[in-house]
Design a protein around this ligand. Structure first.
Ligand SMILES: Cc1cc2nc3c(=O)[nH]c(=O)nc-3n(C[C@H](O)[C@H](O)[C@H](O)COP(=O)(O)O)c2cc1C
Length: 158
């Protein structure tokens, strides 16, 4: 299986989370990580992974704008090369309380579901709260992330 994990980070928390998620997959998997500011959608589309994990951050009351834009472009690029990604899921880092970010979460997930080149969308997504604007990610959120990705892994294998 081939997997890409993308994130949009300013202070490194998104990258830390991506690296934690990576560890939960089998070593046999080919896993690549990158920032949406550095990895073009065409690079990922032509690489044709089986799985996409796309992260974003809430900043200035906007939910993952760069990652949503990147996702839209990815869909176009997948159209161009006539390829599909079988499984997709998302994560969102934020500083506000988890109960306050549900709307952002749902809108981000809606974008993934709209991407017709991503065949199966995991019905949940992961939110990870940072302690302060610059982080770090709250310890209990890291455990939540591990459990989330183990369940995602099972969902792929089912
Ligand atoms: C300019 C700015 C605005 C932010 N606005 C919000 C916000 O509206 N809601 C929120 O929950 N977090 C907000 N945050 C916190 C970010 O979500 C947090 O810095 C980010 O998730 C950390 O991940 P990163 O280190 O990968 O960038 C803001 C951060 C910055 C720098």
């Amino acid at each position: 299986m081939k997997l890409w994990i993308l994130y949009d980070t300013k202070f490194g928390n998104g990258k830390t989370l991506a690296e934690l998620l990576k560890k939960e997959f089998s070593e046999k998997w080919e896993i690549k990580l990158g920032d949406v500011k550095e990895i073009s959608p065409s690079t990922v589309a032509s690489d044709a992974p089986d799985v996409l994990i796309l992260g974003g951050a809430i900043r200035m009351f906007m939910g993952a704008p760069a990652s949503k834009k990147w996702l839209k472009q990815l869909n176009k690029e997948l159209d161009n090369v006539n390829k599909e990604i079988q499984y997709g899921t998302l994560f969102l880092t934020h500083a506000l309380s988890t109960s306050k970010v549900q709307g952002y979460y749902k809108r981000f997930l809606k974008k993934l579901k709209k991407s017709n080149r991503i065949v199966k969308t995991y019905p949940q997504m992961l939110t990870a709260r940072v302690q302060d604007v610059e982080g770090p990610i709250i310890e209990s959120e890291l455990e939540k992330a591990r459990k989330f990705i183990q369940e995602f892994n099972k969902w792929i294998e089912s």
